[in-house]
Design a binder for this molecule. Structure first.
Ligand code: ADP
Ligand code: MG
Length: 623
């Protein structure tokens, strides 16, 4: 057979790459603004026409480009920002992939005007669909102006796919906000269709927020500030009474880069726990600084997702810090006591005596000073006694006060799956004891986790425990709709019969709340674009198949029973099985999370999750 493989011509490769980098006009805005910042500009102007469909122009007073660079910058993988692979682990610039300009030039009419500081004359280049049309010396100011016209002119399908002007403008403004918030020391100006939209002078972070969101914002801000070895946090949260029904102002910046992180969002939300009216979301502007080696920004082409080395510590630290700030600034709790608390607990919890809800906002509480004995010199985070009731009820009859109570609970609503890696924070549950070894756990027949407690021992069924944990998490995600999703690089295709697809369609919304993201079904295939973080790709098919099986037998109506059924089915299939070896950290982690549950002692199917064996009982057996 003849050879059939050929290398794609550059302009085709660029167009394909452009599909990843440039989804809409706002993506171009982001890339151009970031390039201007990387070029050390102190003043940046964005001009937009027709929601960016006709023109996006960014002018900066940065370092500019030489004539050669002006030509080179449109080549794919042409970047001045990294030279070797190692540089990837020590990034201080926004860009580094060297694809943005090449991608944009492949799908638009682009004009570049640029001049470096020392040069007498600058350069202007016009390029269309990756082809240079014109290059000339030009008299221009130091800095760079890039104009992007007629975006997607050569890809009609993409152009037609663009949303209405108001929607695309909204996206542009969102990007503009993100970049402007991250760099208050830079002046930003924006014009749309000839009118000024924003005029933001260089300022501090607080002033920038107020300049963007309006004068009234100032009084809503509560400062947040903390520094530890691994992360420095600064910024503001909005007082709880200004939380919004819709997701309002929620901004995370890591090393001055806007990022999306459902995981960190969860940390902040949980710091607000008890302070927000149901169904409202906290607002925040939080700036995290971490060592650039400790993050990986490279996991998404648009660079809005990053991976932290020490995600758990950052989660705990963020939560504690925000809590502390809310306490320090005596932010009055706004609890709705008239609300029927029954709605909060979507499963059987009726046998318990109701207890008066208590919100303590301890203005002196500093989560970082009480900890005298950090374990292995790592930070631990003593937390307030939120869920102690669970423990106390479990240990009724065991009058043992040397057992550490979970006052240092850190991951009560931790949204993700059982971690089998070493995790100092979860381990801290057992660390404050004088005699550490006394609290070791061990696994029995790869089925039970045994945990000595002073008056006897605790035997936990690992599968049922994990089942309980995941069930509560899933149910919570479904009801509060706050799940964490991991986007798949390559969507999964799962085949189902038509009736089964119909069944899945009925629970699609709930599944999405747990973190699934579906594309349109095509034929008998379900295309899955995103999955819950607690699920691995290899589990997806089984989980969905079992789910269909479980639902098929019953015809659940909408509402709680359907959610309950779904959470049960998924949790059961996701939970670790008997026969799975667990190392000590995993065992402790499991116990820790179990006791953060509302009902740790029974499985969702009403089987006992744990039993305690009192020494008195043992003594009797030996008589
Ligand atoms: P990256 O930002 O990932 O390096 P880009 O395609 O966005 O890739 O830009 C390519 C290169 O062009 C940059 O590395 C930089 O050297 C140069 N460049 C782009 N925009 C500007 C600008 N506004 N001012 C100066 N140089 C720029
Ligand atoms: Mg760039």
């Amino acid at each position: 057979m003849a050879d059939i493989i050929a290398l794609l011509p550059d302009h085709v490769a660029n167009q394909i790459a452009a599909g990843e980098v440039v989804q809409r006009p706002a993506s171009v805005v982001k890339e151009l603004l970031e390039n201007a910042i990387d070029a050390q500009a102190t003043s940046i102007t964005l001009v937009v026409k027709d929601a960016g469909k006709t023109l996006i122009q960014v002018t900066d007073n940065g370092i500019g480009m030489s004539t050669t660079d002006a030509r080179l910058c449109f080549e794919r993988h042409a970047t001045s920002k990294i030279k070797k692979a190692d540089d990837l682990f020590n990034l201080h610039t926004k860009g580094f992939r060297g694809e943005a300009l090449a991608s944009i030039a492949a799908i638009a009419h682009v004009q570049l005007k640029t001049k470096t500081e020392g040069a007498e004359i600058g350069t202007t280049i016009s390029i269309e669909g990756s082809e240079v049309k014109e290059q000339e010396p030009a008299v221009v100011a130091t800095g760079t102006t890039i104009s992007v016209k007629n975006l997607f002119y050569n890809i009609p399908a993409r152009r037609n796919f663009l949303k209405s002007n108001p929607v695309e403008t909204r996206h542009i403004i969102d990007e503009f906000h993100r970049v402007a918030l991250a760099h208050p020391q830079i002046e930003f100006v924006m014009h749309h269709n000839g009118s000024p939209v924003f005029n933001l002078p260089a300022s501090n972070a607080r002033q920038r927020i107020v300049n963007i969101f309006g004068g009234k914002t100032n009084e809503k801000l509560v400062p947040v500030s903390e520094e530890t070895e691994i992360v420095k946090v600064s910024g503001f949260v909005l007082k709880p009474q200004y939380s919004k029904k819709s997701r309002g102002e929620q901004f995370f910046f890591v090393n001055d880069r806007f990022i999306k992180s459902p995981y960190l969002h969860h940390a902040v939300s949980s710091a607000f726990e008890g302070l927000l009216k149901q169904g409202t979301h906290p607002g925040y502007f939080l700036f995290l600084e971490v060592a650039s080696q400790s993050i990986d920004i490279n996991i998404h082409p648009t660079k809005t997702e990053i991976k932290f080395d020490d995600e758990h510590s950052i989660y705990a630290m963020l939560r504690a810090t925000v809590k502390h700030s809310l306490g320090q600034f005596s932010v009055a709790p706004v609890l709705d006591f008239n609300k029927d608390s029954g709605f909060d607990t979507p499963y059987e919890y009726s046998k318990k005596q109701p207890s008066t809800p208590k919100i303590e906002v301890d203005s002196n509480f500093n989560p970082f000073i009480e900890d005298k004995k950090p374990r292995q010199a790592n930070i631990t985070f003593p937390f307030k006694r939120e869920k102690q009731a669970n423990w106390e009820s479990l240990y009724v009859g065991l009058k043992d006060d040397t057992l550490t109570s979970p006052s240092d609970q850190t991951e009560t609503e931790h949204p993700e799956a059982l971690e089998f890696e070493s995790d100092e924070i979860t381990g801290s549950l057992f660390t404050s004891s004088e005699n550490d070894t006394q609290f070791t756990t061990f696994q029995l027949q790869q089925k039970y986790i045994v945990n000595p407690i002073k008056n006897g021992m605790l035997v936990i069924h690992q599968h049922l425990a994990h089942y309980r944990i995941l069930y509560e998490e899933l149910l919570k995600n479904i009801t509060v709709q706050e799940a964490v999703s991991q986007q798949l690089l390559f969507p999964l295709q799962v085949q189902f019969s038509k009736p089964d697809l119909d069944i899945l369609d009925k629970v699609k919304e709930q599944l999405e709340h747990t973190g699934f993201a579906f594309a349109e079904t095509n034929g008998d295939h379900l295309e899955i674009k995103g999955i819950p973080v607690a699920v691995s790709e290899s589990q997806v098919e089984t989980i969905l198949e079992k789910l269909v099986g479980d639902i098929r037998g019953e015809v659940p109506d909408a509402g709680f029973s359907q959610n309950d059924l779904l959470a049960k089915s998924m949790a059961k299939n996701m939970a670790i099985k008997t026969g799975t070896p667990l190392n000590r950290e995993a065992q402790e982690h499991l116990i820790h999370r179990l006791f953060a549950c509302k009902e740790p002692s029974v499985s969702p199917d009403n089987r006992p999750v744990l039993i305690t064996l009192d020494t008195n009982e043992l003594d009797k057996r030996f008589n």
